[in-house]
Design a protein around this ligand. Structure first.
Ligand code: FES
Length: 56
């Protein structure tokens, strides 16, 4: 599933970034070499990060 249309970031990319230490959407996107643009995905990406970190 695509989380961020602007950057073509998929859910699995966000989960991977969270497993590699990203605590925030901003950190995750930076790890992926991107940054948030329109911002519509930020809350969804944050929820995925929190879910992944809770499972760790
Ligand atoms: S959908 Fe992620 S910045 Fe626009």
């Amino acid at each position: 599933m695509v989380v961020c249309v602007c950057n073509a970031i998929r859910e699995r990319d966000v989960r991977q970034a969270a497993r590699c230490g990203a605590n925030t959407t901003c950190q995750a996107y930076r790890q992926l070499g991107c940054q948030a643009k329109c911002g519509q995905c930020v809350a969804f990406a944050r929820a995925i990060i929190e879910d992944e970190r809770a499972a760790a």
